[in-house]
Ligand binder design. Structure first.
Ligand SMILES: *[C@@H]1O[C@H](CO)[C@@H](O)[C@H](O)[C@H]1NC(C)=O
Ligand SMILES: *[C@@H]1O[C@H](CO)[C@@H](O)[C@H](O)[C@H]1NC(C)=O
Length: 330
């Protein structure tokens, strides 16, 4: 009876040892790298600033051949100035099929018979973002065209080159692709990127192509720049009919912007290398992970919250927002 009621010290010790060994084995396996960085080409979208800009420099520093796509001449010039002569830039607008076609052509010349080792779909925008009722259809499509349709088309056009190298696709989603915190196209686009990446991973697995999803929490980049978000929110608010504005109350706009400012100030981390380290792992590890969450807020708060019942996540989400004045008693 004694043995049934109290696990022996030996059994507990063995269990702990097994768990420790499994963890050590996982960490060792996780640290294996692929060889021949100097033979590998990586194409990254959205390298004007933020994650894309830093990742391009980081991989360039490791000796990979980086082709960095920027939306603006200035973005391309800034990156060229900060990187080695090995790094190439090109101009790309992911909502323009012809522009994507030109990028494929020039990358194809660059990589030759080797094919493309890595595609990082990083380009994205957040505005228009805000209360759903303030949006028109074109506000949704502006974001979806870049963040979702752009990712799909860039991937489709680059797949033949990736297949040649049995390469990797790294798609930047977000914790907002796990938990829809705000209205507008952003969360929809990131949920779409999650679904697209899951299908792509399963479909391309037989061809040796690996697909990873990056889920950053809140970081200080152009996507979270409050001045840009606020200016666009003002445009949305100003064009609302008076009766809709009245239903929110006259102080709502200012309260909403203050709430955004407060939560962004609280949540946004300036250390964007947490995200680019995940991207680098997805491109250079022998065994890349399917999903990477980057940032303490993603790992400890948003992703766990996304598994809880909707009544819990609704309650928490609403704590970050003001109440419309005339609806307090509902
Ligand atoms: C990108 O391409 C789309 C579609 O061709 C165009 O409407 C948009 O103005 C372009 N954006 C930039 C920044 O060039
Ligand atoms: C935004 O928050 C910062 C502190 O995080 C504060 O200094 C600033 O005044 C706030 N701006 C607005 C418009 O509330």
């Amino acid at each position: 009876f004694k043995i049934n009621r109290y696990p022996s010290h030996l059994a507990v010790t063995c269990a702990l040892l097994l768990v420790t060994l499994a963890a050590v084995r996982w960490h060792i396996r996780d640290s294996y790298k692929v060889d021949g960085f100097s033979q590998k080409h990586v194409f990254i979208t959205g390298c004007d600033s933020g994650f894309g800009h830093l990742l391009a420099r980081q991989l360039d520093g490791k000796g990979l051949h980086v082709v960095a796509a920027c939306l603006t001449e200035k973005g391309a010039a800034d990156l060229t100035a900060a990187a080695s002569s090995r790094l190439k830039t090109l101009l790309l607008n992911v909502t323009d099929s012809a522009s994507i076609g030109r990028a494929v052509e020039s990358v194809s010349k660059e990589v030759g018979e080797r094919g493309l080792w890595g595609l990082v779909n990083n380009a994205g925008r957040s505005v228009p973002i805000g209360p759903t009722e303030w949006m028109k259809l074109e506000d949704f499509t502006k974001v979806l065209d870049v963040n979702l349709i752009g990712v799909i088309e860039v991937t489709l056009q680059f797949l033949p080159l990736l297949k040649k190298a049995q390469g990797r696709v790294v798609n930047v989603a977000s914790v907002l692709g796990r938990l829809s915190l705000t209205g507008g196209g952003y969360c929809l686009s990131k949920w779409g990127v999650e679904a697209f990446s899951d299908s792509l991973r399963r479909d391309m697995h037989p061809f040796g192509i690996k697909v990873s999803i990056i889920e950053p929490g809140f970081f200080k980049t152009a996507v979270t720049r409050l001045d840009l978000i606020e200016a666009d929110l003002r445009r949305l608010w100003t064009r609302l009919p008076q009766d809709v504005k009245d239903s929110y109350g006259e102080t709502y706009f200012d309260d909403y912007v203050k709430a955004q400012n407060f939560s962004m100030g609280l949540l946004c981390s300036p250390d964007i290398s947490k995200v680019t380290r995940c991207m680098e792992h997805a491109l250079t590890a022998r065994f890349p992970r399917t999903r990477y969450s980057a940032g303490w807020d993603a790992k400890l708060f948003w992703i766990p919250l996304s598994y809880l019942p909707s009544c819990v996540s609704d309650f928490v989400t609403n704590m970050f927002l003001p109440l419309p004045k005339n609806q307090r008693n509902v």
